[in-house]
Design a protein around this ligand. Structure first.
Ligand code: ADP
Length: 345
């Protein structure tokens, strides 16, 4: 009656490991949670030590929402930023690919700060690092930790770093890191947000000193607000500026080309670039989107129904479409504001 099969069945494994997770019994866990825990198990079918005391639903959240197994961005997708790409390759990608060479005096810092105006490709760089270094990418917005996960942020941070250490090499990208590691003492700084900050620093300290293959990238457009502890740990800092005129041209061409809509001449592109001084990469993307609606709007104005519209009925996108789109899509960073910040940058 008590026959125990010599080879554990898969079902049995899940039972084993989940019963040890935060004291939950197997039947209280949903199928998706079980599946996710199963994926976090090591080759021995057991959940790694570090994850055993963490709540299954937080592990599931990290695996499903924060972890991105295939970030799908390559250097070639990012316009301009040649200097940043070169530095990052040397400072973080090579060390992740060849930890055996990058030790001793070559050992890299484990923290990188990307700062600069919003929508300029900081997240893209994070994803590209993970893509190029064949690392697992984790994305979290620090403001969501303090707003959405009130009181639980600390536990989520432990789950995040725990899962990352089981998925090495790993890149943890913390957007708006200033909202977590700010030197500004907000008047009503709650006990919980102080604990969250401490937990975060402890986790960072943990992998900073060890041989773990984890890189932490913090992104911010308010670097001046970071506190001393954050600056100490994010030893490498790179300014990610607004795109140059060439980079803006590249973004326009690249997006229209992908859709087979590109018919603009060199002069057209030049005039679009002249009109978009101060636009971020993200603004440029929105501008192209809006401009590409021009031919469609025009065709519909002539009375063709959307359901009957043939692609051939639409003309190519022109500079005029961009000029109209410029009325709708304004730059999200004011140059005035940027001037003030650039003193720091
Ligand atoms: P940030 O993290 O700096 O706020 P993102 O990396 O999230 O900005 O960029 C937002 C979007 O803007 C990207 O998905 C991309 O479409 C576009 N973008 C921004 N910068 C660039 C760039 N240098 N090259 C190509 N696309 C860009």
């Amino acid at each position: 009656g008590n026959f125990v099969p010599p080879i554990k069945s898969n079902e049995g494994n899940v039972g084993n490991m989940t019963s040890r997770v935060a004291g939950k019994s197997d039947d209280t866990l949903g199928d998706s949670t079980k599946k996710c825990l199963e994926m976090l198990c090591g080759p021995d079918g057991e959940l790694p030590e570090k994850l055993r005391n963490l709540e299954p639903r937080l592990l599931e959240h990290v695996s499903n929402e924060i972890m991105d197994k295939d970030p799908n961005v390559r250097w070639n997708d990012i316009a301009g930023l040649e200097h940043a790409k070169k530095c990052v390759t040397e400072m973080v990608i090579w060390p992740l690919l060849r930890p055996d060479i990058f030790k001793g005096c070559r050992s890299p810092g484990k923290g990188l700060l990307l700062f600069g105006p919003p929508g300029t490709g900081k997240t893209m760089i994070g994803k590209a690092i993970a893509g190029e270094a064949k690392a697992t990418f984790f994305y979290i917005s620090a403001s969501s930790l303090t707003s959405k996960w009130i009181g639980e942020g600390e536990k989520l941070v432990r789950a995040l770093f725990g899962v990352a250490s089981c998925r090495q090499p790993a890149v943890i990208f913390v957007d708006e890191i200033d909202s977590l590691l700010s030197q500004r003492k907000s008047e009503g700084e709650h006990e919980s947000s102080r604990r969250l900050k401490t937990q975060f620093l402890i986790e960072m300290e943990g992998f900073d000193s060890g041989s773990e293959q984890i890189l932490l990238i913090g992104a911010t457009n308010r670097p001046q607000e970071l506190d001393e502890a954050a600056r100490r740990r994010l030893t490498k800092r790179l300014y990610i500026p607004l795109p140059s005129s060439e980079a803006r041209a590249w973004i326009v061409q690249n997006i229209l080309d992908k859709d087979g809509l590109f018919k603009l001449s060199r002069e057209d592109i030049d005039s679009i670039c002249n009109l978009t001084e101060g636009y971020s990469g993200s603004d440029m993307k929105n501008l192209v989107k809006d401009a590409s609606m021009g031919p469609l709007r025009e065709a519909l104005k002539q009375g063709i129904e959307i359901t009957k519209l043939k692609k051939e009925d639409m003309r190519a996108v022109t500079v005029q479409d961009f000029v109209s789109a410029l009325q709708e899509v304004r730059p999200s960073v004011s140059l005035n504001e940027l001037d003030k910040k650039e003193e720091y940058f």
